[in-house]
Design a protein around this ligand. Structure first.
Ligand code: BDR
Ligand code: CA
Length: 316
């Protein structure tokens, strides 16, 4: 398997931060750029968070591009109750000295993908606004993108934002509709898989044996996230959705996928943003994505912890 060359599209975000750190720590993946979108926090805050995380990980070579500050059609929805007002829970990283790349996210995505046809994997772990805008702006991307991994949606699983809809899908369902029906090779990682991936207080204690700024950051960020999961979802620990979508680009055996036709409701009623799969072929449509419906959670978590320990050790 070739090393995936990744552009990470993200709304940083606690689990987004963990996905960025995992991408930086993993030798089987090459993170080439980060594009930022509103979502868990505002666009401005998300850009600052991404820059601070790169500084924390001493990875100041990577471009970070500003993307969309709102959805295509829907009103803006942020998630301070889930990720804290800053987007990073109780973590307080120093103000970054790094600056964002002057290139807008859509331009960066377009230029890098067209310059490397068939090479770039887009991992999208926030609302899909940036990717949808890029596809509408430059249709040649359809032929040039290698593949797309999306954290989003809830297929046979309850919603985490409305009773039926998952946060990234619900935030910009029109963008998700554009991407889902684009014809791109998509792997969807919905809540069905990610809600099996729970980072526990034991996992955190293991990382905290290394007392360095990286593990302090993970502790301060996830403590807030754990409190949210406990209060709102009666889950002990926290679900780290986004790193799973990143990890399966180089460890596909972590999940079991099914090829399915998946659509998203944009009709505006109570199921707005609901993602649904046609398991029985009732709609007579060709499958449009691979869907990760099951996961080996402890194998993933062992991998994640081992990489974080390695990164913490390499920075100290
Ligand atoms: C998704 O929404 C955000 O809160 C997380 O960062 C993740 O991408 C989970 O529904
Ligand atoms: Ca996210």
């Amino acid at each position: 398997m070739n090393k995936p060359r990744i552009i990470l599209d993200t709304d940083p975000g606690i689990d987004d931060a963990l996905a960025i750190l995992l991408a930086l720590a993993e030798p089987r993946a090459s993170l080439e750029a980060i594009t930022v979108c509103y979502g868990n926090c505002s666009l401005d805050q998300g850009v600052l968070n991404a820059l601070s995380i790169l500084e924390l990980a001493q990875a100041d070579h990577l471009p970070i591009a500003r993307g969309a500050d709102r959805p295509l059609v829907q009103p803006l929805l942020l998630a301070p109750e889930t990720h804290g007002n800053s987007g990073l829970g109780y973590a307080q990283l120093p103000s970054p000295e790094l600056l964002p790349d002057p290139t807008p996210a859509v331009t960066l995505l377009t230029e890098r993908i067209l310059a490397n046809p068939g090479e770039i994997t887009v991992v999208a772990v926030g609302p899909l606004t940036n990717l949808a805008l890029a596809l509408r702006t430059e249709p040649r991307l359809l032929e040039a993108i290698k593949d797309v991994y999306i954290m989003g949606g809830a297929i046979r699983y309850d919603g985490n934002t409305t009773p039926q809809a998952e946060f990234n899908a619900y935030s910009d369902p029109h963008a998700a509709h554009i991407v889902f029906h684009s014809g791109l090779p998509i792997t969807l990682v919905p809540l069905d898989a990610t809600y099996q991936v729970v980072f526990t207080s034991d996992d955190l204690s293991r990382l905290q044996k290394l007392e360095v700024p990286l593990t302090r950051f993970i502790a301060d960020a996830t403590r807030f996230y754990m409190e949210f999961h406990d209060e709102y979802q009666q889950i002990s620990g926290c679900v780290i959705n986004d790193p799973l979508a990143l990890a399966i680009t180089y460890l596909p055996e972590l999940v079991d996928c099914q090829e399915l036709y998946v659509d998203i409701d944009i009709s505006g009623g109570v199921s707005m943003g609901k993602t649904y799969a046609d398991f029985y072929g009732l709609l007579e449509k060709k499958p449009n994505m691979q869907v990760a419906l099951d996961v080996r959670p402890r194998e993933f978590m062992e991998h994640f912890l081992e990489r974080m320990e390695w990164l913490a050790g390499s920075l100290s």
